[in-house]
Design a protein around this ligand. Structure first.
Ligand SMILES: NC(=O)c1ccc[n+]([C@@H]2O[C@H](COP(=O)([O-])OP(=O)(O)OC[C@H]3O[C@@H](n4cnc5c(N)ncnc54)[C@H](OP(=O)(O)O)[C@@H]3O)[C@@H](O)[C@H]2O)c1
Length: 271
């Protein structure tokens, strides 16, 4: 069990959505919080809120698509004597367009934030965790990390990589004999605004998740040291579908409405 009370938790993409709400939940459970984000106003808002509530909170503006910025921010934290017990790689972006309508820069940025940043942040903070003999690395991936759909080619591929990152890292850490543990989180759509406009065909089966509910499940999964959180449960049917021929799998995804779920995607309003 990773009891977050008295631990320092670093959350990337912590200025809005899931990251911001996790910061509040984990602070309420006794964690000291550090948030990284590109959005400085959002960072100021969440750190002031947490401090007003009496919690320890720090923030660093950092563009997670930039490896050098990640290294510099991690160095600034070390200079400030801020070690990390729990790293939550949460920052993510989505383009929501057809592959041929994306710019090269869109595709590269999606991979830089959703995938490559996992490597750079983890390589910064894992050595300290191994030295401490404790630590927890959380990857906020997605259900799109094991099921692709239209208008998600770049996003889905970046999240498949995120799921693979966690899977291999978990095994590697065990083989090294370190108690540092991992959790991967794979949710269907959540109503944070990031996927504004998406729709689900059978909301009783595949609901668009309420953000408060999703964040509580994530916080609980971290505290209980769960290796994998997939929500809602129906998402797990993807593993069964994979046992069928691809044509059957595609027909099932179409029937469930997943194939067309991004048709009316709008995404988050710019700040
Ligand atoms: N919402 C969903 O339906 C859903 C479902 C499955 C998985 N997820 C995953 O959950 C995570 C959080 O999603 P969310 O819904 O909370 O999204 P969100 O509300 O858009 O929050 C993401 C945060 O990351 C920040 N960010 C984006 N690019 C960055 C960069 N280059 N450097 C630093 N920070 C950056 C954003 O800042 P700006 O706002 O300034 O861009 C924002 O504050 C993501 O990894 C997402 O892929 C979300």
């Amino acid at each position: 069990m990773t009891d977050v009370a008295g631990k320092r938790v670093l959350i990337t993409g912590g200025a809005s959505g899931i990251g911001c709400m996790l910061a509040e939940q984990l602070a309420a459970r006794g964690a000291a919080i550090v948030v990284w984000d590109i959005d400085s106003d959002g960072l100021d808002a969440i750190t002031s809120k947490l401090r007003d509530q009496g919690h320890e909170a720090h923030s660093y503006q950092c563009d997670l698509s930039d490896r050098r910025a990640i290294a510099a921010t991690a160095a600034a934290m070390r200079d400030a004597d801020l070690h990390v017990d729990v790293l939550i790689n949460n920052a993510g972006i989505v383009s929501g367009d057809f592959l041929l309508d994306l710019t090269d820069e869109h595709i590269e940025r999606t991979f830089a934030v959703n995938t490559m940043a996992l490597f750079w942040t983890t390589r910064e903070f894992l050595p300290g965790m191994i030295n401490n003999g404790a630590g927890h690395i959380v990857t906020i991936a997605s259900a799109a990390g094991f099921a692709g759909t239209a208008k998600m080619v770049d996003y889905s591929a970046s999240k498949f990589a995120a799921v693979g990152f966690d899977d291999a890292l978990r095994v590697e850490l065990k083989s090294m004999g370190t108690p540092v543990t991992t959790t991967v989180v794979c949710p269907f759509y959540i109503d944070t605004g990031m996927f504004h406009g998406v729709k689900t065909r059978f909301s009783w089966l595949l609901p668009i998740l309420d953000a408060d509910y999703a964040v509580t499940r994530i916080a609980d999964a971290i505290q209980r040291n769960r290796h994998r959180l997939i929500m809602p449960r129906m998402v797990m049917s993807v593993f069964l579908m994979r046992l069928f021929p691809v044509a059957v799998q595609d027909a099932m995804m179409k029937f469930l409405g997943v194939t067309t779920s991004m048709e009316d995607f709008v995404g988050r309003e710019p700040h």
